[in-house]
Design a protein around this ligand. Sequence first.
Ligand code: AMP
Length: 277
Amino acid sequence: MAMQEQAIAWRQAGEEVGLVPTMGALHAGHDSLVTRARRENQRVIVSIFVNPAQFGPNEDFARYPRPFEADRARLEALGVDAIFHPPVDQIYPPAFKTRVEAGPLGEVLEGKSRPGHFNGVLTVVLKLFLLTQPKRAYFGQKDFQQLVLVRQMVRDFALPIRIVAVPTVREPDGLAISSRNAYLAPAEREAAPAIYRALDVAAKGFGGGLADPVELEDTVRHLLEGTPGVAIDYVAVVDEITLRRPARTGPGNVLAVAVKLGTIRLIDNVVLGAERL
Ligand code: AMP
């Protein structure tokens, strides 16, 4: 049965669907989303789609890893109900024309370095939602801005879907797990845990009463500037709805960073204080 028909049949039978959208090359971070979805829904759909619309012309679309058989085995072991792995022309047939425009939240932070990225993300996420009819959709906190933009789209279009944020899964040394970590040269991999260490120092500073967002950003910046091979793209304390820097840091604000290690761009963030959402 086609994905949308199957999803509608489940919905009509009163079975709630949890959707976990991924680009494949699955790791422990994805497992955590799937496990959470498994716990909260009668049916779990994992989509695997390397979305050309969210890659810039000089990004790694062509060489993004696609180990489909390993992904399938991993998902079968986790007990999902469906793997939705459409070819590109099923999502974007030749006659495809309409796109979601992310608006101003898509132009800051990641969007500044990756113009058009979030238009591509939201376009595919909306289509995946319509094809899989989820009651809940699971996104990693690691891609914090993506989460913010998906939530904004859900509000803007009154989509009847609950967006669930799942905490970032890390390597034992603190590095956020990402399929791009495999591209790091040994020296870069050794330097990479400095990213989370710096975020953690600032988070503890916030816990200890440091509330000036610029001081928190400077803490991270100084620590990262002392790490060989790390080039900072941005360090920002932002509100988790507006993505603006607050006058004074408060609970639920997010401290986000993007760095380059050689040619590899890595992002990470920590939620400061208790999460509000
Ligand atoms: P991707 O396949 O990289 O597009 O990621 C699919 C989903 O997994 C996104 O919602 C990501 O935020 C999430 N994700 C990726 N890495 C992690 C991680 N280390 N911990 C938790 N979620 C993650």
